[in-house]
Design a protein around this ligand. Structure first.
Ligand SMILES: C[S@@+](CC[C@H](N)C(=O)[O-])C[C@H]1O[C@@H](n2cnc3c(N)ncnc32)[C@H](O)[C@@H]1O
Length: 171
């Protein structure tokens, strides 16, 4: 049985090097559900792990089915895991009218630009908050779609001039 207090879940924090994630009290205290896209490589250590620790119930999407299967063994039982292409999953979810309170996206740097161009999709899927991994010296910070604002930008690493969590919230 997976739970927030199980050693298998808590161990995720020790398996990989440290990470930063937006503070729950400041940015997502009102959120109860989350969709975590691009979350599997390090079992969600950068994002889904903190979302689960904050008490949200999440759905995870990634193409890496093996890592997702390992996450399923470690995360609370009410979390769901989908092996799927993120862009196709998101498009279907938009068409089905699905929404989550919070959306997190942690793409590889080669997909930063594509994800930034899809802000309208991400904000359609999120009721309250979108946390987008983004950065590097040559990329523009994406504009918040109408009705949204960039609440903060949190530096994660110095890679190529800085990789950030951009936290978008309803304006
Ligand atoms: C930077 S890693 C994410 C690390 C993760 N946030 C963690 O803390 O463990 C990027 C992830 O994107 C996934 N990925 C790459 N292309 C994808 C796609 N088109 N759809 C879904 N997942 C994809 C990879 O499998 C990888 O897990």
């Amino acid at each position: 049985m997976g739970s927030l207090s199980s050693p298998e879940f808590l161990e995720i924090e020790e398996l990989y090097c440290g990470s930063v994630f937006p503070n729950k009290r400041r940015f997502f205290s009102q959120c109860q559900t989350a969709l975590c896209i691009f979350c599997a490589e390090w079992l969600g250590m950068q994002d889904a792990y903190w979302v689960a620790r904050a008490g949200l119930v999440g759905e995870c999407v990634d193409t890496n089915g093996e890592k997702l299967a390992e996450m399923k063994l470690r995360y609370p039982d009410d979390w769901q895991f989908h092996t799927a292409d993120a862009y196709e999953f998101a498009q279907e979810a938009v068409e089905d009218g699905r929404q989550w309170d919070m959306l997190t996206l942690d793409p590889w740097s080669g997909q930063f630009e594509k994800c930034a161009d899809l802000m309208d999709t991400w904000t359609t899927l999120a009721r309250k908050v979108v946390v987008l991994g983004h950065g590097n010296y040559r990329l523009e910070v994406p504009q918040a779609p109408s009705g949204w604002k960039l609440a903060t930008s949190i530096k994660r690493t110095d890679f190529k001039g800085g990789v950030f969590w951009l936290v978008f919230a309803r304006a």
